[in-house]
Design a protein around this ligand. Sequence first.
Ligand code: BGC
Length: 282
Amino acid sequence: MSMVGTDSHLVTPGEAMEKLLANQVALVTGASSGIGYGVAKALADAGAAVVVNYHSHAEAAEQLVSEIETAGGAAFAVQADVSDPAQVEKMFAACRARFESVDIVVANSGLQKDSAFADMTLDDWQQVLATNLTGQFLTAQAAVKEFRRRGPRPASKALGKIICMSSVHEVIPWAGHVNYAASKGGVQMFMKSLAQEVAPERIRVNSIAPGAIRTPINKDAWDTDAALEKLLKLIPYRRVGESEDIGKAAVWLASDESDYVVGTTLFVDGGMTLYPGFDDNG
Ligand code: BGC
């Protein structure tokens, strides 16, 4: 048989073709735009069949499904509001109906409803907590139940993997965004406590904490030269992140390459959490 590769690690053509997430199914919530879109695409490129959850943008979700299919992958779109237990249940039932089960669950759905503290309505507080924190609770709970129901399978060493989409604001306070920062601070301890609880069953729970990623959620922060210049002062690496940066991190966290990584938040932020204000001060 002909071999490719060099040195001591020779790779057969068959091995070379096996993708990192082959024979696994991934569910990504909030995948019709932004970071979720990038993550779903990256997981599909790595060989996973992908369930593309969306809340209101069916067209964008279907567009992603057809991109994945055109590239030779498998995907389908499912509508669900992750803050509603019945809809989350239906979403997992759809995963089972189409792909038998799910191996990788990315609890990504999130939103911002920003305002000065004294003006923040109870509704804006509750909506952000409902999607960003309760949504992750409901999604992860359904995931754990599904992993247990289906039992181990050969495609991964873990029984299942959950990736919580957090933010640098799980540690960086954010004036004018107390609802959002509170939700992400909540995600931090939610993720760690859950990781501790289910690790003995070989369920790996981790978070990704993105910094400023170029997506619709923060368009105001990067779409003019003045805004961009101001934003870059907060990023030691001096570039705005792209959803591909988060996609690559998600692929690694979802794969057996990170099999010993449990209960960790992976910051993908160009150094935003390094207190850049201190680079010439203090
Ligand atoms: C927020 C973005 C913000 C970034 C860095 C993210 O979690 O959703 O709006 O640009 O954090 O501050």
